[in-house]
Design a protein around this ligand. Structure first.
Ligand code: PSU
Ligand code: MN
Length: 314
């Protein structure tokens, strides 16, 4: 049988009642990923942060939809119990595009990455998504070819992702080059620079700055009217939660050499590097991560709301 998105949605999606109602009524929705809950932050900060992101979205008048995989279904909108399970269970699969069918068919518990979440949000009809940092081209990626599936997903799936840039554990200049090659708009939210996750600046200039949600909504509508796919909105970490750049560089350098010494690669590399950085910064990185996630949730909700009344005029 030929692929039909509606049939796939029927068969695999489990929408929470709040999400189903919001879709039916045309209310603004914001998707949230679950890899950051299962693999990106320690317990109980992960649960607290996930709930605080949902609350920030509601406070802006939009509806949150945290996405994960369980019992052979794509869950869109999580109950508190599922959130707790994801946050504490061992062996939660990390689900990017590659892993979706395996996770569904094997009935395993899975946490979706940026690429997995975009894909599932699109199946559910959700266009806006807030995360912390996207994956990118890893340092040395020109020879290892370790390039996150997140970048390719942005080039093929029409979802707007709000992030705080990408971590300097990655090769940021090559990440931006790759996004340009793939035709992904990278919009600086009230900034002229690509943010570097823990720090607001990377020294890399962006071509396209946006200053309010109406402007972003108009660009997104135009992009999608033209049949194009994903967009990235980069919102810097709030100044009061940013880490000193020197501290971040030292922590990253030691995390990278530790990963190399232990031969860690593939999908375990990002979670390993994140844990190492948290350890060497004495948890300061976790506080920054929490603050920027909540901030991004708020920005995404404002954009989703503005999109509801956008005409496509800049
Ligand atoms: N960057 C972060 N925190 C995260 C991730 C990335 O600062 O939790 C997660 C996201 O879910 C992202 C994924 O989509 O890691 C990328 O993994 P990989 O590098 O294996 O593609
Ligand atoms: Mn990778």
């Amino acid at each position: 049988m030929p692929f039909s998105a509606a049939a796939a949605a029927d068969r695999y999606l489990s929408l929470a009642p709040t999400v189903r109602d919001a879709l039916a009524e045309g209310l603004p929705l914001v998707a949230l990923e679950s890899t950051v809950i299962a693999h990106g932050l320690p317990y109980p900060t992960n649960v607290e942060t996930a709930l605080a992101m949902e609350e920030a979205i509601r406070a802006e008048g939009a509806v949150p939809a945290t996405i994960a995989i369980g019992d052979g279904r794509i869950m869109v909108g999580l109950e508190r119990a599922s959130l707790e399970e994801l946050a504490t269970a061992e062996d939660v699969l990390k689900v990017s595009r590659r892993d979706l069918a395996f996770a569904l068919a094997s009935q395993r518990l899975g946490a979706t990455t940026v690429s997995g979440t975009m894909l599932c949000a699109h199946l559910a009809g959700i266009r806006f998504f807030a995360t912390g940092g996207i994956g990118g081209v890893h340092r040395g990626g020109e020879s290892t070819l370790d390039i996150s599936a997140d970048l390719m997903e942005l080039s093929r799936t029409p979802v707007l992702v709000v992030c705080a840039g990408a971590k300097a554990i990655l090769d940021l200049p090559r990440t931006l080059e790759y996004l340009e090659t793939q035709g992904v708009p990278v919009l600086g939210w009230q900034t002229d620079e690509f943010p570097a996750f823990y720090t607001p600046r990377s020294g890399l200039r962006l071509q396209q700055r946006v200053d309010d949600e109406a402007q972003v909504a108009a660009i997104a509508r135009t992009h999608w009217d033209c049949g194009l796919a994903g967009l990235l909105v980069c919102s810097p970490v709030p100044a009061e939660a940013a880490l000193p750049a020197a501290q971040v560089e030292t922590a990253i350098a030691s995390a990278l050499s530790e990963a190399e010494a232990k031969g860690i690669h593939g999908s375990s590399l990002t979670p390993f590097l994140l844990r190492q950085v948290a350890e060497t910064t004495g948890g300061a990185s976790i506080e920054a991560n929490r603050a920027l996630l909540i901030n991004n949730a708020r920005v995404a909700a404002r954009i989703a709301r503005a999109y509801g009344s956008s005409t496509g005029q800049l």
